[in-house]
Design a protein around this ligand. Structure first.
Ligand code: GDP
Length: 297
């Protein structure tokens, strides 16, 4: 997802490294090129601006031009800046601390990969954390979505709430919670209905489900291929829902990486996972340090 950015940044650093002794003007010029590379990768303008302002401050504070290996120092400053922009060094684990079942609410636009990601999470939590997981689809408008979740549940070997036609989404949420409680499930993943565009009815329904189910995690699934639209979507959802984190899908695609780089700074929310393929086990914990390392090649 970051290939083009990686290539541009390595070009900047190669030119800088080739110079040996650096002046402040050289460092400024390199950081200007880093800014252009970030914007080309579709990073939000205020995020790129802030990134460069901080990098300049650090370069001045650490007296880069007088250091032994100034070009390496600049690379280190960019690396640290990327980690900070991506949300810090340590991955943020899922919060499942609640009287069982801990509820995870999945939100997002239709087509973002929400249902697939619900199943990927269910698989991860049941296999790696050895917890008993149930999933339920609240998409009352699209029976196919409910069936899709049931199928994915079979693949993940995770139970899904039996489908009962004609129930409202809040009713299904209540039924899922009592069923999960009665049968001793540790975690309940609720897959809310998606729409193709942001609309008030979808937001109001998701907000009501959040009130009813009191999730410990409310995760927005956003498609990284949609770039700045994904960031706008996350912002709009966060204004209506108490989101606790983000999952970016299609990190295996040829997106430019701007969404991943802007999300945290624009929304203040941690990216918790990256969807990295269609397969049900293609979900990576988001690790800012690893991603920053990958960007720098
Ligand atoms: P929903 O409408 O948001 O629930 O989206 P779906 O879960 O039905 O996913 C839509 C399509 O995107 C499906 O074909 C998924 O297999 C695919 N998909 C989901 N996540 C990823 C991902 O991380 N990478 C890739 N390449 N495809 C994905």
């Amino acid at each position: 997802m970051f290939d083009a950015l990686t290539e541009k940044l390595s070009g900047v650093f190669d030119r800088l490294g080739g110079r040996g002794v650096l002046s402040e003007k050289d460092v400024d010029e390199a950081l200007r090129e880093v800014r252009v590379a970030l914007l080309d990768a579709d990073v939000a303008l205020p995020v790129a601006r802030d990134f460069i302002a901080k990098a300049k401050e650090r370069a001045a504070g650490e007296a880069v031009v007088r250091s032994v290996r100034p070009a390496d120092q600049v690379v280190k400053i960019v690396y640290d800046g990327l980690i900070e922009t991506l949300g810090g060094e340590e991955p943020v684990p899922l919060n499942l601390a609640a009287a069982p079942p801990a509820v995870i609410l999945m939100a997002g636009l239709q087509g973002s990969g929400k249902t697939t990601t619900a199943a990927k999470l269910a698989l991860r939590i049941s296999k790696t954390e050895r917890k008993k997981v149930m999933m339920a689809s609240l998409d009352t408008r699209r029976p196919a979505a409910m069936e899709q979740l049931a199928l994915l549940g079979q693949q993940a070997e995770v139970d899904t709430l039996p489908i009962v036609a004609g129930q409202s989404a809040p009713d299904i949420a209540r039924r899922a919670m009592s069923a999960a409680k009665l049968a001793g499930y540790d975690v309940l993943i609720l897959d809310t209905a998606g729409r193709t565009t942001l609309d008030e009815a979808m937001m109001a329904e998701a907000a009501e489900i959040a009130r009813i189910s009191q999730p410990t995690e409310t995760l927005l699934v956003a498609d990284s291929l949609t770039g700045q639209d994904a960031v706008r979507t996350a912002k709009a959802f966060h204004e209506r829902l108490p989101l606790t984190g983000l999952i970016l899908t299609r990190a295996d695609g040829d997106g430019r990486g701007g969404a991943a780089l802007s999300m945290r700074a624009v929304t203040g929310l941690p990216i918790k996972f990256l969807g990295a393929g269609e397969k049900i086990d293609a979900l990576d914990v988001f690790d800012a340090r690893r991603v920053a390392g990958r960007i720098l090649g």
